[in-house]
Design a protein around this ligand. Structure first.
Ligand SMILES: Cc1cc2nc3c(=O)[nH]c(=O)nc-3n(C[C@H](O)[C@H](O)[C@H](O)COP(=O)(O)OP(=O)(O)OC[C@H]3O[C@@H](n4cnc5c(N)ncnc54)[C@H](O)[C@@H]3O)c2cc1C
Length: 474
């Protein structure tokens, strides 16, 4: 099956677009998560037509297809669990059309997130979702994971910045979901596609909404002796009716790691560091920055510094964005988790997560999008050490259970993929999972798109060991 498919695709697309050497397959056997699983072949389409042809060929040969962008996903979403064709979009990297007047652009899915904003900056526009991985991840991956970022508190996640998607179906047909109109009629299938993690179709083009550069920005770096004081400042800012562009927090271990790596000027003796950024009209940002300062003072901030020069502001953000790179320097491996809890539960949750780390003998660092309660606990370890990976996995399970018990959810922005799918029953009941499985079947009746992702095994009601209810559509 694989050999015949490889031969057909090489003839159709050319040798350079198809990889099947075991070493190449090894390279594509992982994303930035923990799980490994090599695909049977890797294909690099250049166009929508290429993708449609690949889908038709894969279907004829009964080969499942897994879409992949840059492979920076953190949940094993682009990892093969069995024989599969990995369809990599990185050569579909054209920005096809920018419409500055309507503030939109049509882009191919392999365009790198940051490249899009760099390209549109002469028009005073940018693509608002800004994951810390933005210099590497693709717009297609952002769409598939409904990615967030440091500045999504005010602007919203990717779903708020996608007007339409061109999609290739498992049958190899091309369709466009959504449109340039602000409120397209009919069922919102565009909304369903965003965040579907490659399980409903291959995104081959995206009509993105572009955001005007803010006329003024003030970035405040604050430090506190205790995490509670930083968290209370976050709550105070939101309670005052402000919605800053970003509100980012780091615990002390993380600050030390970042400072050692990026030399961003963060105080390493503080229990927590908080970064707030307010954007808008020049007079408004000064007033808002003054409110943030007052709230931080009320919570005994030991440092409040407003960046004056743009270079200073960039240094602060470089520090924050280097967090994961800094941890990567400490040990050969790290595992980055992503959960979300109500903002008011941040402090209690972080304490319990620290306990989880201690229980499993792991250093647990924490960096969070504090404004929306999104936590990123990071475990630094050496997978070569016997039992280390098992401890990391066990701690991961415990910390998810802690966050769910706090009223939180499994993921704030990284998605479910392969690595969190078995936790789905913690937040969804059988009927919820069944409804999601039915939706998936409507798009992909043969189950050949990104198998084993998002939904746990047995997500259909009748798979739970009992027959389907009378009259049920199965
Ligand atoms: C250091 C680091 C920092 C990060 N910071 C953030 C952050 O701040 N916020 C955040 O949200 N995420 C973050 N991430 C996670 C990751 O970067 C995002 O999820 C990103 O959007 C994935 O893009 P990608 O191109 O790498 O996709 P991949 O990892 O290649 O794929 C991700 C998922 O999308 C699917 N997919 C990819 N392309 C398509 C397509 N064209 N059509 C259909 N499905 C497709 C894949 O099947 C997979 O399920 C971070 C990751 C790292 C390593």
């Amino acid at each position: 099956m694989v050999t015949a498919l490889i031969t057909e695709l090489r003839e159709q697309m050319g040798d350079g677009q198809v990889l099947f050497d075991p070493l190449d397959l090894y390279v594509f056997g992982k994303d930035a998560g923990l799980t490994r699983g090599e695909p049977s072949l890797v294909v690099f389409p250049h166009s929508t037509e290429d993708v449609a042809a690949v889908m038709r060929a894969a279907r004829r040969h009964g080969m499942p297809v897994i879409p992949r962008g840059s492979g920076t996903g953190l949940a094993g979403g682009a990892v093969a669990t069995g024989p599969a064709l990995l369809l990599v979009t990185t050569r579909m990297n054209r920005i096809e059309e920018v419409d500055p007047e309507n503030r939109t652009a049509w882009v191919q899915p392999g365009v790198i997130n940051l490249d899009l904003s760099v390209h549109t900056s002469p028009f005073g526009l940018y693509f608002a979702p800004d994951p810390s991985s933005q210099s590497a991840c693709t717009v297609g991956g952002n769409v598939a994971n409904n990615s967030g970022g440091l500045h999504c508190l005010a602007e919203g996640t990717t779903v708020n910045h996608v007007l339409a998607v061109e999609v290739v179906t498992p049958e190899g047909e091309v369709t466009v979901l959504g449109g340039a109109a602000p409120d397209p009629i009919g069922l919102d299938l565009r909304g369903v596609m965003v965040g579907s993690e490659g399980t409903l179709g291959i995104v081959t083009k995206v009509l993105v909404k572009l955001t005007p550069d803010p006329p003024a920005v003030r970035t405040l770096l604050m430090a506190f002796a205790e995490l509670e004081q930083a968290a209370a400042t976050v709550s105070g800012i939101i309670a005052n009716g402000l919605v800053p562009g970003a509100l980012e927090m780091m615990n002390q271990d993380m600050t030390i790691a970042v400072e050692r790596f990026a030399k961003a000027g963060f105080p390493t003796d503080a229990g927590a560091v908080l970064i707030a950024e307010v954007t808008g009209h020049p007079s408004a940002v000064d007033a808002e920055a003054a409110i943030v300062r007052r709230i931080a003072e009320n919570h005994q901030a030991s440092l409040i510094h407003v960046a004056v020069e743009e270079s200073e502001r960039k240094r602060i953000w470089l520090g924050r964005k280097s967090a994961f790179g800094a941890v990567a320097q400490m040990n050969p491996d790290y595992y980055l988790h992503d959960t979300v809890v109500p903002r008011t539960k941040l402090v209690e949750t972080v304490e319990k997560i620290d306990e989880v780390g201690q229980r499993h003998g792991l250093l647990m660092m924490n960096v969070f999008h504090a404004g929306d309660g999104n936590l990123h606990p990071l475990m630094s370890f050496d997978a070569a050490e016997p039992g280390a990976l098992e401890r990391v996995e066990a701690a991961g399970k415990d910390l998810i259970e802690v966050c769910v018990a706090m009223g939180g959810s499994l993921s704030g922005e990284h998605g479910i993929g392969l690595e969190k799918r078995e936790f789905m029953p913690l937040v969804f009941n059988e009927a919820d999972l069944d409804a999601q499985a039915r939706l998936r079947e409507a798009f992909d009746p043969e189950g050949c798109l990104n198998p084993d992702k998002i939904l746990p095994e047995g997500a259909r009601c009748f798979d739970f060991g009992r027959p389907p209810p009378v009259g049920a559509w199965v």
